[in-house]
Write a protein that binds this ligand. Structure first.
Ligand code: ADP
Ligand code: MG
Length: 233
């Protein structure tokens, strides 16, 4: 699915620079469910954003689905992002003046799908996350867990190969976190490849592999026995 070799990233700070990723090597196969862990500032989001083509590395190699990701125009990057990747964020990032259905349908609009078709597909994905009855509600009328489920439906709408999640349970209480993790595990059971950032050990243990970052270096990369989330909900 993806191969990263000797990836480096620095951010300019005044006259100097902050070296955030220091020679990252990482491969992820189809069907994996990987947690990226590490304390705040260790470079997790930077790595996820590079993998998600939201940011670019300074040096090193990144191959996604056999495609070298380098010097892409913004237009081309957007096409690949739309085609290959789904994103879930801690703060949901829903559009607050659009209802649940419209939020889920938005990536399909960017793919040029016709209105009726994208509404049907969006509804299918809302049903999958158990929110068919909430299709015409605005984000502000939904609970945190419901908002994250809308965001998951949106991330899946265009059938991405890889689902990227940055602290998807970071803004949720424990029970709701477990509900969301049960959903994400189910997606992985169905074959979706998942890469998620978390700093919570119990959430990381619900993945199948943990990659630990410290100060921009991978200090540990191990397989884990997946703890199932549905037993807690
Ligand atoms: P994490 O997600 O592990 O908390 P980040 O990848 O967000 O860490 O950030 C790693 C380091 O890079 C932090 O010190 C952060 O302040 C810095 N950083 C992140 N983004 C930028 C940016 N756009 N400009 C400058 N510094 C940044
Ligand atoms: Mg972060």
């Amino acid at each position: 699915m993806l191969q990263i070799k000797n990836l480096n990233k620095s951010y300019p700070i005044g006259d100097t620079s902050l070296h955030v990723l220091k020679g990252i090597n990482l491969s992820v196969e189809n069907g994996e469910m990987v947690a990226i862990m590490g304390s705040s500032g260790s470079g997790k989001s930077t790595l996820l954003n590079i993998i998600g083509m939201l940011d670019e590395a300074d040096s090193g190699e990144y191959i996604l689905d056999n495609l070298p990701i380098k010097n892409l125009t913004e237009k081309k990057a957007a096409v690949y992002r739309n085609k290959f990747l789904g994103f879930i964020f801690q703060s949901f990032n829903l559009i607050n003046y659009k209802n649940a259905l419209e939020n889920v349908a938005l990536p399909l609009y960017y793919q040029g799908m016709k209105r009726k078709e994208r509404q049907e597909l969006a509804m299918f994905h809302l049903e999958k996350v158990g929110l068919a009855n909430w299709a015409h509600h605005l984000p502000k009328e939904l609970s945190g867990g419901q908002k994250q489920r809308v965001a998951i439906a949106r991330a899946l709408a265009a059938n991405p190969k890889l689902l990227l999640a940055d602290e998807p349970t970071g803004a949720l209480d424990t029970t709701t976190s477990h509900e969301i993790m049960a959903f994400i595990q189910q997606l992985n059971d169905e074959g979706k490849t998942i890469l998620m950032v978390t700093h919570e050990e119990d959430i990381a243990n619900m993945c199948k592999r943990i990659v630990r970052l410290r100060d921009g270096i991978i200090i540990e990369d191990k397989k884990v026995n997946q703890v199932r989330a549905e037993q807690y909900v």
